[in-house]
Design a binder for this molecule. Structure first.
Ligand SMILES: *Cc1c(COP(=O)(O)O)cnc(C)c1O
Length: 234
């Protein structure tokens, strides 16, 4: 077995344990493998080990990988999620190539993505990014602004609003970390009561996935625990 295969098994096991500890079914938690900076060979190993959902942060790198795997036998089963910050001049590439977009936080980008989504493709699945820890971070909206942006996105024909995403500030105290995730879960359930198609709460990374699952995450975005540490100097 390769290391990536072993890592994937370990992560699946960690998801199952965290879910069982709070009486959730492990099936409620999807695993998004975050492959940014990693070569197509590493992604192929993950595909061979049964992984189908992949997350990419950089538009051009993601598009190159999507096109690479378009010529393979598994391509119809693969799902590509854009999870990085998006500048409006790059929105067309996301609209034309990805299945999901996790970091929507502006009406202007939402409108562009909807206009640029090819009519031959199903609507782009989008998540609104919430800045839950209220830090200086520029990405994500505050919870108070959620209902307005959700209503604007809901009206766009080529987008489907599927839920919320967050990247909380690192928190060393587990109880406080859990409380932050629970605040997201509450907002998620509120949104779901207004829009029944809402089904995805994207939260939890390598270091905080266990508490994210305990709080109610339905999709964890895991890079390091699957592919190893990233080298940005390459
Ligand atoms: C890089 C990244 C991840 C994966 O982080 P790890 O700590 O390596 O698991 C998840 N989500 C987003 C938005 C990322 O940029």
């Amino acid at each position: 077995m390769t290391t990536i295969q072993q890592n994937l098994e370990a992560v699946r096991h960690r998801i199952a344990e965290a879910a069982q500890q709070c009486d959730r079914s492990p099936k409620e938690v999807q695993l998004l493998a975050v492959s940014k900076t990693k070569p197509v060979e590493a992604i192929q190993e993950a595909i061979d080990a049964g992984q189908r959902l992949f997350g990419e942060n950089y538009v051009q790198e993601g598009v190159d990988k999507i096109q690479h795997f378009n010529n393979t036998s598994e391509s119809g089963q693969l799902e590509w999620h854009f999870i990085g910050p998006l500048q409006s001049n790059k929105s067309r590439l996301v609209a034309e190539h990805f299945h999901w977009m996790h970091t929507l936080d502006r009406e202007k980008i939402a409108r562009r993505l909807s206009e640029q989504r090819p009519a031959t493709m199903p609507p782009l699945n989008v998540l609104i990014q919430i800045n839950i820890s209220d830090e200086q971070s520029k990405s994500g909206i505050k919870l108070e602004a959620l209902s307005e942006l959700a209503a604007q996105i809901h009206d766009l024909p080529h987008l489907t609003l599927r839920g919320l995403m967050t990247i909380p500030a690192p928190e060393s105290d587990p109880a406080r970390q859990l409380a932050v995730f629970q605040k997201m879960t509450q907002a998620f359930h509120q949104l779901k009561s207004a829009y029944p198609q809402i089904d995805t709460l994207s939260m939890g990374m390598t270091d905080d996935m266990d508490n994210a699952i305990r709080a109610g995450s339905t999709m964890v975005r895991i890079g390091t625990a699957i592919f190893g540490a990233r080298d940005y100097t390459l």
